[in-house]
Write a protein that binds this ligand. Structure first.
Ligand code: AMP
Length: 212
């Protein structure tokens, strides 16, 4: 099954995408994680994307569409995939259609702006494996290092309070209209993202099982 997760930054798309990946055995593809890794290794794409991500702006469509095209051509996507953070603009959604990518389900994880700000200020990530935690709602075992590989957790530069508000307004202006794009297809489902992580996961699994 090919699934898209929509939702504001910090809504829990990445966390739920990982759970779905583990349960259904399909890869979770995060354009944000691919971009962060390219920035870290200093590839030309990473160098070009750095200024945009650091100020909370979107990377140009043609760059992210190129990333997704390459990634979806890989062997592990043959039996399905989960898109976390793509599409983020209507032209990106149209690009999937143009590429002939069939989408079975679009899950929008919905969380109020107040809760988003609270979540993003407490989010901590592992720079080595990309795992995401929250100091209050989803802490790692010792609260300081990654459960998977022991790397010291850090705060993303774009999770700093001054950048979070810009990312939220970008979400409302540019990404939220994608819901309208998929509404007419009958494939859009809404999941309440303000429940606990486990409750939201149960709702996501139920949504997928209903379709599959
Ligand atoms: P994320 O980890 O999904 O919050 O993405 C982090 C940052 O990467 C975003 O704030 C954007 O700068 C960039 N990015 C990720 N996905 C996209 C996308 N589909 N379109 C444009 N920019 C993106």
């Amino acid at each position: 099954m090919n699934i898209i997760f929509l939702g504001a930054p910090g809504a829990g798309k990445g966390t739920q995408a990982e759970k779905v990946s583990a349960r259904y055995g399909i890869p979770a593809i995060s354009t944000g994680a691919i971009i962060r890794s390219a920035i870290k290794t200093g590839t030309p794409m990473g160098t070009a994307a750095k200024a945009y991500t650091e100020k909370g702006a979107l990377v140009p469509d043609e760059v992210v569409i190129g990333i997704i095209k390459e990634r979806l051509a890989e062997e592990d996507c043959k039996n399905g995939f989960i898109l976390d953070g793509f599409p983020r603009t209507v032209p990106q959604a149209e690009a999937l259609d143009t590429m002939g990518v069939k989408i079975d389900l679009v899950i929008s994880i919905e969380v109020s702006d107040e809760a988003i700000v609270d979540r993003m200020s407490g989010r901590r990530v592992c720079d080595a494996c990309g795992a995401s935690y929250h100091v209050k709602y989803n802490p790692s075992k010792d609260g300081v290092t990654c459960d998977k590989d022991g790397t010291t957790l850090t705060q993303r530069k774009d999770d700093k309070p001054e950048v979070v508000l810009d990312r939220l307004s970008t979400y409302h202006e540019t990404t939220e209209p994608i819901k309208g794009y998929y509404e007419g297809t009958g494939k859009l489902r809404i999941v309440d993202g303000e429940q606990s992580v486990d409750e939201a996961t149960a709702a996501v699994f139920a949504t997928i099982d209903n379709v599959g």
